[in-house]
Design a protein around this ligand. Structure first.
Ligand SMILES: [Zn+2]
Length: 151
C-alpha cells in the first residue's frame, strides 16, 4: 500500500478544519485558497516522484552498461573503419551478444548495443555493414584503388 505523502497528510488535516470553521467567513476563504495551493503542490510532488523514478531507471541502465562495456573491445576492419566486438573468450549470459557479432561504435558510445547488419549496395565495389539504429554505414573492405594510386 502506498504511504500517504506529507502533503497528502496536510490536505487531509486541512479538510478536517471544515468541521470547526464558519463556512461563510474570511477563514473559510483562506482555507479554500490553502487547499487549492496544497493540491497544486501535491500535483507537482507527484510529477517529481515520477521524474525521480525515471531518472533512477536511467542511472541504473548507465551503471549496467558501464559493467557490460568492459566485455567489448574495438576492432579495426580492413577498410580502417572501427566496430565494437565482444572480447574473445567472454561469454555474457545476460545479453544476446555472441562471438563474431560486430556492433556500431557510434551507438556503443551512446551506451547502446546495436548489431551491424550486412548492407546490400549493388553499385559499390566494397562490402558494407549498416547500423539499423543510427543508420550509419561501415565499409568492410578497403576502398578500391583509384586512378590516382595507379597512375
Ligand atoms: Zn548505430
Amino acid at each position: 500500500m502506498k504511504q500517504m505523502s506529507a502533503i497528502g497528510d496536510v490536505i487531509k488535516r486541512a479538510h478536517g478544519l471544515w468541521e470547526v470553521i464558519d463556512t461563510g467567513g474570511e477563514a473559510a476563504k483562506r482555507l479554500s485558497d490553502l487547499q487549492r495551493a496544497l493540491v497544486e503542490a501535491q500535483i507537482r510532488e507527484t510529477a517529481l516522484i515520477e521524474e525521480n523514478a525515471a531518472l533512477k531507471q536511467t542511472v541504473a541502465g548507465y551503471e549496467q552498461f558501464e559493467i557490460e562495456k568492459q566485455h567489448y573491445e574495438p576492432e579495426q576492419l580492413p577498410s580502417s573503419a572501427w566496430v565494437m566486438r565482444l572480447r574473445v573468450g567472454v561469454h555474457v549470459d545476460t545479453h544476446l551478444a555472441q562471438q563474431g557479432m560486430q556492433f556500431c561504435t557510434q551507438c556503443f558510445f551512446k551506451r547502446q548495443l546495436s548489431i551491424l547488419q550486412p548492407l546490400d549496395k549493388r553499385s559499390a565495389s566494397s562490402r558494407f555493414l549498416q547500423c539499423h539504429v543510427c543508420r550509419s554505414e561501415v565499409m568492410i573492405d578497403p576502398p578500391p584503388r583509384g586512378c590516382v594510386d595507379v597512375c
